[in-house]
Design a protein around this ligand. Structure first.
Ligand code: ATP
Ligand code: MG
Length: 546
């Protein structure tokens, strides 16, 4: 089957066809002002994917030209997350390391008469920028001489003027239909310590000027970014055409990932962290890569998701259920099955001899390759509270007085009664078992409708289960702010029991808990282990698409 190419691959192949010697260089350029999220994962897959496919390299570059919000703490997190996703950057670069070159190239632009120092303040510049319908007005400082501009710009750097007193602007065209080309600001004066360059600089370059130079410094051939930069591309091209650096990168834009019920903005995610609405950037409910990792999502599943959504030129919203579908598919292959009972009640088999115990064999997975393990069975077990009902509806194939079920890998039991506490809450269910129906034995073929999982009370260990839901409620597209949509039930904590075999599980290990979902052992585990539910077993996405 011929593989379908996306539009970025087509552009790159065309460029390669015209220049066989072209060696492809891309970059992933996050600003270190927060943790990466699932949207960044898409960009990472595109940037690194293109380099890999065409024998090139991809750099990880911290786009750290804005001193206000950046921090080494985020640099470390970003590096860790990119590598965890399975990508090895050719180099770790920092835009701040190019500040001197950016300054030199600004001098080049001034000398070419393409940049000038403007004394208007931010408000005045905004007011004279014009609109989509009307051209802007030229700055009264636009025709300063090259000498005067050089002098003033050097003095800006030397710290002779207060913050905001002057800016360096490109001299392009105040009547351009593209507002980005109306003498955009290249440099501003800002006295603020930078996490990397300290107080070396009191002028900082603007993104639109800095970014193309960063790309040129790294010989980037294809500078892939998201759609909101499309209108900035003429300015990107203006910078690459006019500064004195040899590389000639091209910018390509694709649609960013939007996903239902998911906050896709570092700013808002930071707000959740700062306001303690979540336990941190790696809270398992967060759509950050760190949060997804802690929840138990795998790099393979995330990459598969990015593959399936593809790259396009038009914005759309992907269903969160697709990501879950991908992780479910991956975990179905990778995890072993175990038994865990959340919200337990006791099940007593009155006709099973007290003090007796036997070891039964149960499968670790859906195919034989996973093998089996021994589990103990005795008179008292735990089952899930929801698996018993006093007044069952029709077609309730679990336990009720008089009803029969098979206990997974064990026997068929018939319910004979139940006990409640003083509030009428069920505490214990009584059953009789049929010794002839042992799984795998001669009488095993007798069929009953329901099979329940269980753990042996004598050999059970207590555990905490954390069940997650989306951070946002369902009100998509109603113009609501994220903070109005926060789901109060995004975390539900249950306690219960796990089978003994899980006592040796390590933090980070994942399992399929039969009938309840996929779980990963969390970092918060102490005396009592904590398991995060990664996803439930039911696949809403696969159902919808049938
Ligand atoms: P945010 O608004 O969440 O802070 P950003 O675009 O400001 O995102 P950057 O750190 O500047 O974050 O992003 C690094 C790269 O990741 C950029 O190339 C950006 O286009 C890309 N990116 C960010 N968000 C998404 C998304 N939702 N889908 C695809 N790519 C994205
Ligand atoms: Mg940004």
């Amino acid at each position: 089957m011929e593989e379908r190419k996306n539009f970025i691959q087509e552009i790159v192949e065309n460029d390669l066809a015209q220049n066989e010697k072209l060696s492809i260089v891309t970059r992933f350029p996050p600003e270190p002002n927060g943790y990466l999220h699932i949207g960044h994962a898409k960009a990472i897959c595109v940037d690194f994917g293109i380099a890999q496919k065409y024998g090139g390299v991809c750099n990880l570059r911290m786009d750290d030209t804005n001193p206000a919000k950046e921090d080494t703490f985020y640099v470390d997190a970003i590096k860790r997350d990119v590598e965890w996703l399975g990508f090895q950057p050719a180099a770790l670069c920092f835009a701040a390391d190019y500040f001197e070159t950016m300054f030199e190239q600004a001098i080049v632009l001034i000398k070419k008469g393409l940049a000038f120092v403007c004394d208007m303040n931010a408000e005045e510049i905004k007011e004279t920028r014009g609109t989509l319908m009307e051209p802007g007005q030229e700055s009264p400082y636009r025709n300063r001489s090259v000498e005067e501009n050089l002098d003033l710009f050097r003095r800006m750097r030397a710290g002779e003027f207060p913050d905001g007193a002057k800016v360096l602007r490109a001299k392009i065209n105040m009547a351009s239909p593209n507002i980005n080309l109306r003498d955009p600001i290249l440099y501003r004066i800002l006295r603020m310590e930078h996490y990397r360059t300290g107080n070396d600089w009191c002028i900082y370059p603007m993104y639109d000027y800095a970014h193309p130079i960063e790309d040129m410094m790294e010989n980037v051939t294809h500078s892939i970014c998201t759609l909101e930069f499309e209108d900035h591309r003429p300015l990107y091209d203006w910078v690459t055409a006019n500064v004195d650096l040899p590389a000639k990168p091209r910018q390509i834009e694709f649609a960013r990932l939007n996903m239902t019920r998911t906050i896709m903005s570092k700013r808002y995610l930071k707000k959740l962290v700062d306001e303690n609405s979540v336990s941190g950037w790696d809270d398992p409910r967060m759509p950050t890569i760190a949060g997804l990792r802690r929840r138990g999502f795998t790099p393979e599943a995330i990459r598969d998701f990015c593959d399936r959504i593809g790259v396009a030129k038009s914005n759309s919203v992907v269903e969160a259920a697709l990501l879950e579908h991908c992780v479910r598919e991956d975990l179905a292959q990778k995890t072993e099955r175990r038994m865990a009972v959340m919200d337990p009640i006791k099940l007593v088999i009155d006709n099973y001899p007290a003090g007796q115990s036997e070891v039964l064999q149960t499968e670790n997975g859906s195919d034989e390759a996973h093998g089996t393990r021994g589990i103990t069975f005795s008179r008292e077990l735990f089952i899930q509270r929801e698996d018993f009902m006093i007044d069952p509806p029709k077609k309730f194939f679990r336990l009720f007085v008089g009803g029969e079920v098979r206990l997974k890998s064990a026997y068929i039991v018939r319910c004979t009664g139940y006990e409640t506490d003083e509030n009428g809450v069920v505490t214990t269910v009584h059953c009789d078992y049929d010794p002839e129906t042992k799984s795998g034995g001669a009488g095993a073929e007798r069929k009953v409708k329901g099979t329940l999982h269980w753990v042996d009370a004598q050999n059970a260990s207590p555990a905490e289960f954390r069940l997650y839901d989306y951070l946002l409620d369902e009100r998509e597209g109603e113009g609501l702010d994220f903070s109005e949509r926060v789901n109060p039930d995004s975390l539900i904590v249950k306690t219960g029991y796990i089978e003994r075999a899980l006592d040796t599980a390590a933090v980070g290990d994942s399992f399929q808990f039969i009938r309840v979902g996929y779980f990963r052992k969390d970092e918060d585990s102490a005396e009592i282990p904590v398991f995060n539910r990664i996803v439930g077993l039911r696949d809403s996405w696969a159902k919808q698409k049938q």
